[in-house]
Design a protein around this ligand. Structure first.
Ligand code: BGC
Ligand code: MN
Length: 336
């Protein structure tokens, strides 16, 4: 005789189940939620990216005209950089300028470096917005020069400092830095937070054919991409794309939102947000206190969209501007 499901046995088991104290249910429930959360965050942990083997075809090759004109050396190699597995762990990055060791500024002038023995195929303007973060800057500049000098690229670091005590306006500072970089005819702009340090040697600091979000995997966010249109932290854009989207909005004061609004500009101009694979996109964020949060950011994003993103690179206004060539950066001091 076939054995059918034994309801009696089940009833017995259910009976036993209901005898378990309530706290055990709570623990079980919390464990299920935790496992579920882990799996859902895993999806974003493995965000869509351009595979390592396809990166060479997806990067945007362009230099400043001066470099393109005098081509006497063989092209610099980049494949070994893109293939590199060398990576620092979060605990290995310098925590103070003392940890940097003996930094030598060889080859650097005005924050710029050009490889000597080969012809670079990329010129990149690195724009860093800044106010009152000396501790970060003392680590950021030497760390970045050590990191970038190994990449065979021509680059220049512009530090854009807000000199007044008005609320912080990161978007406007980026636009002001971009004006300068465009005037120097850089074909690629890399917009960089001063508190982020790249960990992977393979994270080549160049633009892609579409806007590229570099800091997709930050230790502060447990190396997870917190949402798919995030472009905050480190973003690389072709100069012509930056102009096409009219740069950042100047309407965001205090902390937050200007990057989300930039994502809106990118997507509404039919551009895409590309990323390198996760293991190439890891960053460590230096700890800091926040500027006050901009609670109106969602509303401003909506209003700007209605106005067709007219406010931006084309409408920057400021009170005064100074430029000073320093060894490790070209400093742009602005009063808004
Ligand atoms: C803010 C962004 C920020 C992101 C991650 C968002 O709520 O609007 O500006 O980059 O959080 O911190
Ligand atoms: Mn930060």
């Amino acid at each position: 005789m076939p054995r059918y499901f034994d309801c009696k046995k089940l009833n017995k088991k259910l009976h036993l189940l209901f005898q378990v104290p309530i706290s055990k249910y709570a623990v079980t429930l919390l464990s299920i939620i935790a496992i579920h959360r882990l799996f859902t965050s895993c999806n974003v942990y493995n965000y869509p990216s351009v595979p390592r083997e396809q990166l060479t075809d997806a990067i945007y090759t362009a230099t400043v005209p001066q470099l393109a004109e005098k081509r006497t050396k063989p092209d610099c190699p980049y494949d070994h950089i893109l293939q590199s597995k060398e990576k620092l762990q979060t605990w290995e990055v310098p925590k103070s300028s003392k940890d940097i060791g003996n930094f030598s500024a060889w080859g650097i002038k005005d924050g710029s470096y050009t490889p000597e023995h080969c012809q670079p195929l990329f010129s990149v303007a690195i724009l860093v917005t800044y106010r009152n973060r000396q501790r970060h800057l003392d680590i950021f500049l030497p760390y970045m020069h050590n990191f970038l000098r190994k990449q065979n690229i021509h680059y220049k670091i512009f530090l854009v400092e807000q000199l007044d005590n008005k609320p912080w306006n990161k978007g406007m500072l980026y636009n002001i830095g971009a004006q300068r970089a465009l005037a120097e005819r850089f074909p690629c702009l890399l917009l960089h937070d001063v508190d982020l340090l790249p960990l992977a040697a393979s994270n080549l600091y160049v633009c892609m054919d579409q806007p590229r979000h570099l800091s997709a995997s930050i230790d502060k966010f447990r190396f997870v991409l917190i949402y798919d249109y995030l472009v905050g932290g480190v973003l690389a854009m072709r100069a012509d794309h930056y102009v096409r989207v009219n740069g950042f909005s100047n309407n965001f004061y205090n902390w937050g939102g200007e990057d989300d609004e930039m994502a809106d500009r990118i997507l509404s101009n039919n551009l895409k947000i590309l990323r390198f694979p996760r293991e190439m996109s890891e960053y460590s964020m230096m700890t800091h206190t926040h500027e006050p949060v901009n609670r109106a950011r969602e509303t401003i994003i909506k209003e700007n969209k209605i106005q067709g993103h007219k406010d931006g690179l084309s409408s920057v206004r400021y009170e005064s501007l100074q430029v000073k060539a320093q060894r490790l950066c070209t400093w742009i001091g602005v009063k808004l």
